[in-house]
Design a protein. Sequence first.
Length: 191
Amino acid sequence: MRRLIALELALAMALSTTSFAAASSTDAVRWSVLRRPLHLPVVAVGSRCPVSRVDRRVSEQIRIAGAVGPGPVYPVFGTRSALLNTTKDMQFGSRWQGQKVFWYVAPSYRDRVLIRGGRLDGSGRLGFNGTRVPRDELRIEPSDTVSWSGQPRHSRGIPSAVRALSSGCYGVQVDGRTFSTVLVFQVDLAP
């Protein structure tokens, strides 16, 4: 009887490990479609940062200032420019500084979104959310959204923290199933 119970437990553990691995592998495959090579521009040190333009039409439509880029996914900085004024990490006590950025997804796009980035005028990572150390990418699923006042029908959006270790010119590549867009913004760390 003990041998039978041990065999059943071993089989159950093997099946749960296999199904977890299969789920993780399936998730990796689903996102690999969007993981195109990064095509971020290089900006010479000391050069002007070629920040992306704010689309005032979209900002007015969603009633939040600072929707940047051509869409269909827009980082919304909450200001009238593509400037990220960071604050010190008081929550986790790390060297990373960040600012809340809202990612607006227009009603015309209903699939998943992958966002990755980095510094354009030198070495430096860009991170998203996380705890002491942020993640290298931000994923937006078709069901991910929050509601807000004045939200256009069928639109969606999520808040995130965009974090950096140094001031400079940064860019993100926003990849969807039908598009790939690069957006550029300036990061100024708090003193």
